[in-house]
Design a protein around this ligand. Structure first.
Ligand code: HEM
Length: 483
């Protein structure tokens, strides 16, 4: 079916005319087609990127049909339309067009016991009144703590840097991941509750409890289980069944008891607004530690890998920028206003988000019949149709970014570049040019994340001239050269 359609696309660019094309691809025989797609996706094309590249070539299209991972027995209906370019992908952010109810992890949703029996905010569509109410409440909590973002994070960062140095001195290399996981958990906890988690009955167990709680929930959809030489049939079993909540039940109970205690002010406020205290507790845990600290845990190693790989010449340029801005500001420290002036630091952070966005999936169902536009064609998706977007391909779109596989530190330096490219930086569940609001699904931590990420880069290069990492790792630091 080919025709011509005219409409405003999701970028609100002027209306263009592109041929209406039938969505290519097929779902195969029921059940077996989904198993085949899962195996192709995981094993037969050298990984997910290889699978999608091969399918784009086969269909000559960045929009096509296939059975979404993980398929049976986790999902009864995995027939989806996948969006793999920067132009079609953002339709997934349009709240009037796409229903995100229970869509956070695609067709898979962990057992509700992991959330005290409630469907938490991040799994709710904006048409759900609780979503907008709780998100406004959560945005207020973050807003009221704005003045603490920087001083609290600086404490965490200097603990992190001290630990990296002592690990390198003792063992010749430092595992950035675990140290980062611990400081970002402590930071989010302190920011939200004005309390050090180690002063509660969590002791120093908090980061480990969150890591287990998170990993057990998502195990069936973790594409790489990180276990070398695991036979495919065993890996397939893990993608087929949910892990029981019982494995983390007692730790999660301990965490909820602590949040009841340290979160009293927030919970009183939630109750005044008509929310259940219990529901607020489980939602706070989800927002702060599933969405929040886990985001930092995943992204900072990615970013330090890319900056590390870029080498000493980039490190020198960042250090020069940071130190000259700090020298101008007078007192030798980095404040919010100083961060704004660091155009290379800002660009490097955006480039790391672009080249490897830490959250790779977006998923929802069409709320009505939709026309979606790739760079070359228009496609009709019927009401109720499952839509899946692979964010990594949207932000690695050659037609928008040119040298998309290259880490280009200066890519976002200058107003012109930012105006042209920032709408296609999509790490936060929305465009970089959009703002998180109660009525949308964009990350309420977006501004916090950008500020803290610029700060950790700037503080790092105020203290160090350069560093090296172990090839291929995310990320083991093998040397640090102090300024
Ligand atoms: C590098 C760090 C982070 C990344 C990459 C990240 C990414 C994202 C993404 C992609 C979404 C949209 C999910 C979807 O609907 O598909 C999201 C939502 C969310 N994020 Fe973040 N996030 C980060 C940090 C944070 C922080 C620090 C907080 C809070 C302190 C936070 C709280 C949330 C919440 C509550 C939602 C759900 C919003 C809603 O459903 O309307 N995130 N985040």
């Amino acid at each position: 079916m080919r025709g011509i359609t005219t409409f405003f696309n999701s970028t609100m660019e002027p209306a263009t005319q592109l041929p209406l094309r039938e969505i290519p691809g097929s779902y195969g025989i029921p059940f077996f087609g989904a198993i085949k797609d899962r195996r192709d996706y995981l094993y037969n094309y050298g990984g997910i990127d290889g699978f999608f590249k091969a399918k784009i070539a086969e269909h000559n299209s960045t929009v096509f049909r296939y059975n979404m991972f993980p398929g049976p027995f986790i999902a009864s209906d995995s027939k989806c339309v996948v969006l793999l370019d920067a132009k079609s992908f953002p339709v997934l952010y349009e709240t009037d067009k796409v229903d995100k109810e229970r869509g956070l992890l695609g067709t898979f949703m962990p057992d509700l016991d992991f959330y005290g029996g409630y469907v938490p905010l991040a799994y709710q569509d904006t048409s759900n009144p609780f979503h907008n109410q709780f998100k406004a409440f959560f945005l207020n909590i973050l807003g009221s703590r704005h003045h603490k973002f920087v001083p609290l994070f600086k404490t965490g960062i200097s603990e992190l840097f001290d630990s990296l140095e002592s690990e390198i001195a003792a063992k010749k290399s430092a595992d950035f991941n675990t140290l980062n996981r611990n400081i970002t958990f402590d930071y989010i906890f302190r920011l939200a509750f004005d309390t050090n988690p180690t002063d509660t009955k969590l002791g120093s167990d908090g980061p480990g409890i969150i890591a287990n709680w998170f990993n057990y929930q998502v195990a069936p959809i973790a594409p790489s289980l990180g276990i070398k030489y695991l036979p495919h049939f065993i890996e397939d079993l893990i993608h087929t069944f949910r892990l029981p909540f019982a494995l983390v039940k007692s730790d999660y109970k301990k965490l909820t008891e602590v949040i009841y205690d340290v979160g009293k002010t927030h919970l009183d406020e939630a109750e005044k607004l008509g929310m259940k205290r219990d529901e607020a507790v489980h939602n706070l845990i989800m927002c702060l530690f599933f969405n929040g600290s886990t985001g930092f845990r995943v992204f900072y190693p990615i970013m330090f890998k890319w900056i590390g790989l870029a080498g000493e010449s980039l490190h020198k340029r960042i250090a020069d920028e940071v130190r000259s801005v700090v020298a101008e500001s007078g007192d030798g420290t980095i404040a919010l206003a100083a961060l704004e002036k660091m155009s290379l630091v800002k660009s490097v952070v955006w480039e790391a988000f672009r080249i490897q966005p830490p959250v790779t999936n977006q998923c929802g169902r069409a709320k009505k019949d939709l026309i979606v536009q790739s760079h070359t064609d228009s496609f009709e998706i019927k009401k109720g149709g499952l839509i899946y977007g692979y964010q990594l391909f949207a932000t690695n779109d050659e037609k928008i970014f040119g040298s998309f596989q290259e880490f280009v530190p200066d890519r976002f330096v200058g107003e012109e570049a930012q105006e042209k490219l920032l709408p296609y930086v999509l790490w936060s569940g929305g465009r970089e040019t959009d703002m998180p609001m109660p009525e949308n699904k964009q990350c309420p931590g977006k501004n916090l994340v950008l500020t803290m990420t610029r700060l950790i880069v700037a503080e790092f290069f105020l203290r160090y001239d350069t560093y090296t990492i172990e090839e291929g790792s995310e990320v083991t630091i093998t040397s640090l050269k102090k300024a």
